[in-house]
Design a protein around this ligand. Structure first.
Ligand code: DX5
Ligand code: ZN
Length: 336
């Protein structure tokens, strides 16, 4: 299948650990590009997950690449086992004992796999300086490592993702920047705009009742859309793949309406739009639906659209009243 540039690595951290074979089969069928396996030792991070044996068990169950993310204090001691288990890439943390970093990356490279270095949110990218040329993956953590389901740290992404590319100049083709932590449909467009190569997505995919395949496709499409925006100097690329704007609302209402529409099986893409400014200084979000189901969406949700327009008006008024802002300043329509 022809695809854009962004890839989704499915993190199995929040899958059912008692049925990993099923989780792997399911995620592959639903369109995962690769797997991201979080190894934790209860020491480098306050959580304990799986080791090389689990990876060895997973290896014959999928043809997709396996990325090991080692959140362990002593990677040198066990890296050979992870390589023998069949990992395609092994990423270690730059915060471990410095004496271990160069030899560990060297062993990964010698085994013909991709070596990676990861930075925790508070670690500056400059921590990677001494190891230039020794790694082909920069894994930017946008949550504190240890657990799935935490919120995305946008400032960290903005500061590091694009800048991380500078560390891969020795491998312009194979070098990859990965983003890990809190990545979902809300953050995908943003990190795509920073030209990230691999989006690690975990907890949202395993949530009960989620359509995993749709979620993966949406994250990938949004990341590509973000990238296109960037190439186009921030303007929407034309055409937007036959998606049409169904509604424009303040972000929190847009996301709620999106869920309601999606519950009926219609895919929605929420995008930072060109609509009106709200009193909080943020423009309305566009809710896009495929052109092929535009009339169906209108038919189904005409009344909801009016209800949301009412809610939006009330929210704007309330915001203005609470913050004492002048409405004409902030509610002027955007120049078209
Ligand atoms: C956190 C892990 C992540 C985690 C991401 O320490 O490194 O890979 O699985 O999960 P979400 O997507 O829920 O943040
Ligand atoms: Zn991870």
């Amino acid at each position: 299948m022809a695809r854009g540039r962004a890839r989704v690595a499915v993190s199995i951290l929040d899958a059912d650990h008692s049925n990993m074979a099923y989780a792997i089969r399911r995620a592959e069928k639903e369109g995962a590009d690769r797997f991201h396996i979080d190894v934790m030792d209860g020491h480098f991070v306050p959580n304990l997950t799986f080791g090389p044996k689990m990876i060895k068990g997973i290896r014959p169950r999928t043809r997709l690449p396996l990325d090991a993310h080692l959140m362990i204090s002593d990677p040198l001691q066990s890296v050979d086992e992870f390589l023998a288990a069949g990992c395609d890439s092994v990423t270690i943390h730059v915060e471990v004992d410095p004496a271990q970093i160069e030899p560990t990356l060297g062993r990964i490279r010698a085994a013909g796999r991709a070596p990676g270095l990861s930075v925790k949110p508070k670690t500056p990218l400059s921590a990677l300086d001494p190891y230039r040329g020794l790694f082909d993956i920069v894994l930017v953590m946008t949550v504190e490592p240890g657990f799935g389901g935490q919120s995305f740290m946008k400032d960290v992404a903005a500061e590091k993702i694009l800048a991380a590319r500078e560390y891969l100049t020795h491998a312009p083709a194979e070098g990859e920047v990965h983003v890990d932590g809190g990545v979902n449909r809300e953050s995908a467009e943003f990190v795509g705009g920073l030209a990230v190569d691999v989006l690690v997505v975990g907890s949202v995919l395993w949530r009960k009742g989620r359509n995993m395949g749709r979620e993966i496709r949406l994250v990938r499409a949004l990341a590509d859309e973000g990238y296109q925006y960037r190439l186009n100097n921030g303007k929407p690329p034309i055409p937007r793949d036959a998606m049409v704007v169904f509604d424009q609302l303040p972000k929190h209402l847009a996301l709620r309406f999106m869920d309601e529409i999606e519950a009926g099986g219609i895919s929605v893409i929420p995008l930072r739009g060109n609509g009106q400014f709200n009193p909080d200084g943020v423009r309305d979000y566009d809710l896009l639906v495929p052109a092929s189901v535009e009339s169906l969406t209108i038919e189904r949700h005409a009344a909801d659209r009016e209800r949301y327009a009412g809610e939006a008006a009330a929210w704007r008024e309330d915001y203005i009243a609470r913050h004492g802002i002048q409405p004409p300043e902030t509610l002027r329509p955007a120049p078209s």
